[in-house]
Every structure is written in structure tokens, then in C-alpha cells.
Design a protein around this ligand. Sequence first.
Ligand code: PMP
Length: 393
Amino acid sequence: MNNRQLFLNHLAQTTDFPLLIEIEKAEGVYMYGPDGKTYLDLISGIGVSNVGHRHPKVLQAIHEQLDKYLHLMVYGEYVQSPQTLLAQALCDTLPEHLNNVYLVNSGSEAVEGALKLAKRFTNRREIISCVDAYHGSSHGALSVGGNEIFKRAYRPLLPGMKNVVYGSFYQLEEITEQTAAVIIETIQGEAGIKVACQEYFKALRKKCNETGTLLILDEIQAGFGRTGKFWAFEHFGIAPDILVCAKGMGGGMPIGAFIANKEVMAAFKNNPLLGHITTFGGHPVSSAASLATIKIIHEEGLMDTVESKAQLFRKLLVHPKIKNIRNKGLMMAVEFESFEVLKPIIDRAIESGVITDWFLFCDDAMRIAPPLVITEEEIRKACQTILKAIEES
Ligand code: PMP
């Protein structure tokens, strides 16, 4: 059996339309198939490889850590410098009140931790989240997800969850003194890149302050430079009470975090009411990779060129079949008439060596989220291939 058959036979399938691209090696913005085929990666494993695949400094940090130790103990017991240095580096990117980091393994786990923390700190049970939100696949994260079709088969989910429309001022009235937290993606990703306005975020922040509700911002997809700022919330002049992040955080290694004020996080400490426990959270190798990733984003000035690169995509991707482009930095959705129109275009682009896909809750839009290290020349080449794919399909 070849690898593709093994994949279909023995690996659990998660979609009716797997991309089925076989990759043997990846470097920078490129991925290479076993047949020698070269692909330009426009999706970064969905916002993971922000610094490019196998960045040499990430590899170096990993190698150095491999030579010291792998796993020693469940999270939160031993003092391990990859974790302490990473926590410090994360806090350095954040407003002063976000000074306490809980390292976990993934986005979903970061969301779980944040929701539990909000309940524990406020002693309230209601959580408000948004229609079309995606916060992860575990039961808690799914409970605050905003897509009914996705949730239906798993009910009953967590009680006390309420959805409001992302960006709706009117629905901020739903936030009351019963509400433990509002969890919201700063930029809605899987909804097809929806960006609320600054006034909305200001009003949301104000309402949370008035009601003693914690604001949880999910920057799992939008963080780590993707929108041109280190954190997407910096565009809107507000800050969360709890920030959740993952994906781009590890430079290709699995890691996530929820970050809050030390006093808020202290709500987890009181025994015998257990807080959150994780065996592998903040794995030393992932933590070392993450620390290197943060340094690379700053040292290589990756955020500085995000806006001009996004503008270049917008300028070049002009075609009668493209109905609209939504973006915040290099988090971009290119909208077509329908999935039936889009799917053959994506297939054709992949055949021609450019990888894109679509969104979980928005299948008429093409995802564009390349490694931030993509050059202008590569953007031109990618756009030419996409336009040709549109013509040919
Ligand atoms: N929140 C957002 C905004 C995401 O985009 C994702 C992943 N697509 C998650 C949470 C879940 O992260 P993970 O897959 O690492 O559990």
C-alpha cells in the first residue's frame, strides 16, 4: 500500500475533502512532495508556521533542548528554564496586567483552561460567545463554538452558554452580572475572516468592566504577528483579562497558553478544588521552540511587512469571479460565488504548486495565511497561479 492508501485506510478521517497532499520535506514557505514536486504554502498549517517551516533558529533551539532534557515532570512542579524564559518573553509582548502564563499543549486546551479559570475566579457560570466562532474541538471549547451543525451531535454540552453575533453592539446587552466571561476571537478565523470595528471592542471592554465579566480573547489564529501586530487586539486599543494562544506560538511545535493577571490565575491555586492539570503542557522542547519563535518575529521584523504584503495580495487578486476579499494583515479570505466554484480552483492551484484551502464555517472563501516570511516575488507568483487556476477551472 502506498502512503496515500495508508492514510485513507488507517488514519481517522476528519473531512470529506482531505487535501491529500503528500509532503516529504518543508523549508521556509515551500513544501516538497516525494515526487520532487514543489509547493508554495499559502496556509501555514492554518496559521502555525508564521516564521516559515523549519526556521534554522527554531531548529537550533530544539536541538539544544534535546541535548538537555525532554519531559521531566507534569507542568507546574519543576523549575524548567525553557518555560520560565518563555513566560517572561510572552509577558514582555503584553500589557502589564497580563503577567501570568499557564502553558498547555494546544488551542483547545488553552480555551478549556481559560473557561475554567473564568468560572473559578468569578464564581459565575454563564459564558457568552459568538455565532460562527471556532474555539476548538473539545467539549468545553465546542460548547462556546458558534456553529450549530458542528455542535448538534454532541449535545448536551456545557450549560449556561449563550451565543451573540460577533460585532453586534445591540447584543452586548446580553452581558450581565451573571456572566463569568465573554470569549471572542479578536478576528473571527473559521467564519471566513470577519473583523469587528474598534468601537465594538471598546464597547465590549466597557460592558465587561461594568458587569465584572472577564473578557477572554482567542488569538490562537490571529496572534504571533499574523495581523501585523504581535497580538491582534493591539489594533483595537483594548486588552483582554485572559488571552488564549497556540498555533503560531511554537514555530511548528505543539504548545498553547492562557495568560491572565497573577491574581486571576491564583483562583486555580486553592486546594482541594483542583485548577487545571496537564502532563505535557509547556513541553520543554516546544517551549524552547516558542521562545526562539518570539525572538525571530521581533529580530526579523516580520510584523513590519505584513500590511504591505497583504496589500499586494489585494492588488493582484482581481478577477470577475472574486467577489470580495476580507483581511486583517495576512489573515485573508478571498470570496467566490460558492464552494462549487471555489473547490476546482483550489484543486487546480494545488496541482500547479500553490496550496490554499477554505474555512470550516465559510466554504465559499479561499484561505490565504502564508508564512510571514513570504517575499513579494513569491506573492506575485502565487497570485499568478491562483488567477490562472481561476481561468482554467
Ligand atoms: N481557536 C481558534 C481561533 C482556532 O483557529 C483554533 C484552531 N483552528 C482553535 C481555537 C483550536 O486550536 P487547536 O486545534 O490547537 O485545539
